[in-house]
Design a protein around this ligand. Sequence first.
Ligand SMILES: Cc1ncc(C[n+]2csc(CCOP(=O)(O)OP(=O)(O)O)c2C)c(N)n1
Ligand SMILES: [Mg+2]
Length: 251
Amino acid sequence: MAELNDYNRKEQPNWCPGCGDFSIIAGIKKSLVELEIQSHNVVLVSGVGCFAKLPYWVKSNGFVGLHGRSLPVAQGIKLANPKLNVIAFGGDGDGYGEGGNHFIHACRRNVDITYIVHNNGVFGLTTGQYSPTSEKGRKSKSSPLGSFEKAINPLSLAIAAGATFVARAYAGNLKEMVEIIKKAVQHKGFAFVDVIQPCVSFNHSYSYYNDKICYLGEDYDSFNRLNAMEKAFEEEKFALGVFYEEKVKLK
Ligand SMILES: Cc1ncc(C[n+]2csc(CCOP(=O)(O)OP(=O)(O)O)c2C)c(N)n1
Ligand SMILES: [Mg+2]
């Protein structure tokens, strides 16, 4: 039996009021409790950014490392002790920028860990510079004329790199996010979840995303890789759900 209290700490997060990270931390704890995973068997690994403080406020094992480097640490922990449930965290800057190379190779290496990226489309901790998932033309402190670069599409990147579980969740829909995180944790192999996370201080808030969210739906076949790739390229709306999964026989 696992209870929410096993994961709760007395200390409260110092994220900005309304930050999507509050929903993600709640979703992680809820998912682990519902999966009846004991907190001493969990390791949460992160890098640098607002998102990266998440392990401070969960009563389990944690490792906060260098910018963009949660994946190599998490994979090492899993290889050293395969009985542990290892969840790595990234930010859109941390995971798709500084740590982009690790991401690609973690997808094809397929070590049995979960990777959750808090995608708020901005460098939050450093107060609002544009990030790899900021839309082209975005004006920010580091792009006063609007960014010249096309945004990264994390889902198609992961599918192309060989990831065996690729999903998108939204911090504004805790219930759906918990279902997706639970599937990711249960997946055998590298499971990647891009979580759309409103940054209410430096980027879009909930109302912006609420209008762009849609769902893959019950008829969607998540085992079809080409179909998943096509879906991932639909960028007008943010579809939520498991885009791609593959049954894996781990050695
Ligand atoms: C190697 C390195 N480069 C740059 C920084 C400065 N830095 C700290 S946090 C951050 C941005 C984090 O953005 P993101 O990963 O999107 O996380 P968020 O704060 O938005 O949750 C940067 C660039 C750093 N700490 N280390
Ligand atoms: Mg960010």
